[in-house]
Design a protein around this ligand. Structure first.
Ligand code: DON
Length: 574
């Protein structure tokens, strides 16, 4: 078919497929500073610290520790995360405090004698935990880029843990997680010894308060002192692998953020061991060749092209990405615009590609012959991680995504210390060709190895317009983090939506495998029909996912805080 006719059909397809917005938005406007997070008390902790003279980093650390208290499903000191900092002078810093595999970890540690993955071993219990990085990361950020003493920054979190706070309906519902009951300390602390909690109950965490006080008084103790020894002893007694030496060896890494441009906007995002920035920018490079705005927001034609780009970028993720300290990663090639152009040539504007039939275009330095083993089964997706965004009155900005991996991580609480451990080991490929908890296929670059950091999808991101801070963004959602952040970014840039609308707009996702588009509620039946007629398999079962907690800054410096309408978060400004 001639290309002009193809394009004409594409425009007709676009015009036919209207979309509907899913949910109401909540946008807070402020002049000076803003914190947006999934929990109002955590946002308030950050603002309180800024009002008492702290900068955006102090506020981010205050919010992070507060989330460990008021949002135990994902906020944490037993997990890890990534912090993207942009100071008002334009300098950026990316802190990697991702968990590391313990020294005793081995490639086949989650396989049985027959070589099959043992269900849940990498997801539940002490053996699924990597060496936590959150305390090191937050302390490092505070020490290097904050202004106030750590104890002052941690004070709101300590108070919330010691005096307690009234549980919201969502908080109380979260705590009903049935796997938490499998671990004595978790059941005792988070489920009131089995009696459970209800909305309005005051939730006090004296053990966690004590641990936070010890960190505030002596931050290195968590990795080098009595806290480290107590943590390691508790984990080992319960069958986990983390030792005091693992903790002593833990280090925060400052990494060069991934940078790129999209339609003239500068994008700063997360480098490996996160796949987020690379996958998002590779997809955006492919998409820059199309006039998405003209095709129409959430039209079938635009969704089709977007998921074709997502699927190619996720395919490359699976093949190439892992811990950069252990494997040489071809990031420059993946982000080369000439490579994006070659991928674009493989996209048919009217027909869905088959994931199994994708062939990587020849490009220097990229291995074309896939070494990936492909899956025969998929597991359901677990939930939770959390993102928060901060801007202070001087214009310093921080974007943090932090995680225990899925809800309440391993569900295992460190006895005596009152905090939950992550199950981040499941972000490795337990076995080549077997999807992890998020259905992701991963290659040898993401095999388990002692001291390695598992590949992540967390994508704290900032966007600059004319060299000035414009967007501070991020979200939870496992692999959907990447497409959520990309969808929000394109919402603002391609479809000219105000940030709040872009955050709340219905989401769509494709991750190469499984070979399907996943849609949130809110797409018109016509759009779904058109996508199916192009040959896409469409999964409409899920209702909502992810949680964008973002800030936009206008040309005059006014701040617009957009907390996702799907959840109970809050943008607090002043
Ligand atoms: O680092 C990662 O990519 C995952 N551990 C994130 C998990 C997540 O976002 C779950 N949230 N819904």
């Amino acid at each position: 078919m001639p290309i002009r006719r193809k394009l004409l059909i594409l425009l007709v397809v676009a015009a036919l497929s209207a979309f509907a917005l899913a949910v109401p938005k909540q946008v807070t406007v402020a002049r000076h500073g803003m914190v947006v997070s999934v929990h109002e008390l955590a946002s308030r902790a950050g603002v309180e610290v800024m009002k008492s003279g702290g900068n955006a980093v102090d506020a981010a650390v205050a919010t992070g520790f507060a989330l460990a208290v008021v949002h135990p499903v994902a906020g944490n000191i037993g997990g890890g995360g990534f912090m993207l900092i942009r100071m008002a002078d334009g300098k950026t810093h990316f802190l990697d405090y991702r968990e590391k595999a313990p020294a005793a970890a081995t490639e086949n540690m989650y396989l049985d004698a027959k070589g099959d993955v043992i269900p849940d071993l990498s997801l539940l219990g002490y053996k699924s935990a990597g060496v936590p990085g959150s305390v090191a990361g937050m302390v490092y950020a505070q020490r290097h880029f904050g202004k106030l003493p750590l104890a002052k920054v941690m004070a709101p979190a300590i108070k919330l843990a010691r005096e307690g706070y009234a549980l919201t309906r969502e908080d109380a519902e979260d705590l009903r997680d049935e796997d938490l009951a499998k671990f004595a300390a978790s059941k005792r602390i988070f489920q009131n010894g089995g009696k459970g909690f209800a909305e309005g109950d005051t939730f006090r965490q004296p053990e966690l308060a004590r641990t936070l006080e010890r960190i505030a008084a002596s931050p290195d103790d968590f990795y080098h002192g009595a806290l480290a020894r107590e943590l390691a002893a508790a984990v080992q007694k319960a069958g986990g692998l983390i030792t005091a030496e693992d903790l002593a060896r833990y280090e925060v890494k400052e990494r060069e953020p991934i940078g790129g441009t999209y339609r003239g906007y500068e994008v700063i995002s997360s480098p490996p061991p996160s796949s987020g920035g690379t996958v998002m920018l590779e997809a955006l490079n492919i998409l820059e060749g199309y006039d998405l705005g003209k095709l129409g927001n959430r039209s079938a034609a635009a969704i089709h092209l977007t998921v074709e780009a997502y699927s190619r970028a996720f395919y490359d993720r699976a093949e190439f990405l892992g811990d950069p300290d252990f494997t040489k990663l071809p990031i420059p090639q993946l982000l080369d615009r000439a490579y994006a152009a070659k991928w674009r040539e493989t996209i048919d504007p009217l027909h869905a590609s088959k994931s199994d039939e994708l062939r990587r275009p020849a490009f220097s330095g990229l291995d074309q012959s896939a070494s990936l083993r492909l899956p025969s089964e998929y597991r359901p997706e677990p939930e939770h991680t959390t993102h928060y965004s901060v801007v202070d009155p001087e214009g310093n900005a921080v974007a943090v995504t932090t995680t225990l991996n899925d809800s309440f991580g391993s569900r295992a609480t460190v006895e005596g210390l009152g905090f939950l451990l992550n199950d981040e080991m499941d972000d490795f490929a337990s076995k080549q060709g077997v999807p992890n908890g998020y259905g992701l296929i991963q290659g040898p670059a993401n095999a388990i190895g002692p001291g390695k950091r598992p590949l992540s999808a967390m994508t704290p991101t900032m966007v600059l317009k004319d060299g000035k801070l414009f967007l501070v963004m991020g979200s939870p959602g496992g692999p959907r983090i990447i497409t959520t952040v990309a969808n929000i970014l394109m919402g603002v840039i391609d479809y000219k939506m105000p940030l709040g609308e872009a955050v709340d707009a219905p989401r769509f996702h494709h991750q190469w495998k499984p070979d399907e588009i996943v849609l949130e509620r809110g797409f018109s039946p016509d759009t779904v029909k058109l996508l199916k007629s192009m040959g896409h398999r469409v999964d409409e079962r899920e209702h909502y996912w992810s949680d964008g907690e973002c800030i936009a800054v206008d040309a005059k410096g006014a701040l617009y805080g957009a907390s996702d309408g799907r959840n109970n978060g809050k943008a607090v400004g002043f």
